[in-house]
Design a protein. Structure first.
Length: 152
């Protein structure tokens, strides 16, 4: 019988399961960020014994592998010093006429709604090294961002 007429198994149509992607670059974290990672690992490890469904166990183990890798590669950064924007700095800036305040944190700690942006985000990369009163280029526009205040 021709291969074209064979019945395919149901498993052939399932989406493949991939590992959770690790953000590129160094895994810089604040003290708070490391504590969040450690707490997530503990939470996942505590859930594992209570699971019996194979798919749920596979998903949890995949998540656990991600967080264990993030914990193992975490590089705790010292608190920022001075008035120059650095990892961990809280920055108040004006962009498009609106003043906003953000804190530069690690990828896993980022929560844009709470004002926590990953240091690898384009906005944060533009702000790194700037000082209060300085204008910074952003999105192809010269002086698009005005740095109003930098705090540790």
């Amino acid at each position: 019988m021709s291969v074209a007429f064979r019945r395919e198994g149901d498993d052939e149509h399932l989406e493949p399961k991939f590992e959770l992607p690790i953000p590129p670059g160094p895994n810089l974290v604040t003290e708070r960020g490391l504590a969040l990672i450690v707490a997530r690992v503990a939470e996942l490890e505590a859930q594992l014994p209570g699971l019996s469904e194979e798919e749920a166990i596979k998903k949890l183990r995949r998540d656990l592998r991600y967080w264990l890798t993030r914990q193992a590669t975490a590089q705790v950064m010292p608190p920022p010093q001075g008035e120059v924007v650095a990892f961990g700095s809280t920055v108040t800036y004006r962009l498009n006429g609106k003043a906003r305040t953000i804190t530069l944190v690690g990828d896993d700690e980022a929560d844009p709604a709470a004002g926590l942006l990953a240091f690898s985000a384009p906005l944060c990369r533009a702000l790194l090294g700037a000082e209060a009163g300085e204008e910074v280029d952003f999105a192809g526009k010269e002086g698009a961002i005005e740095v109003l205040e930098v705090a540790a």
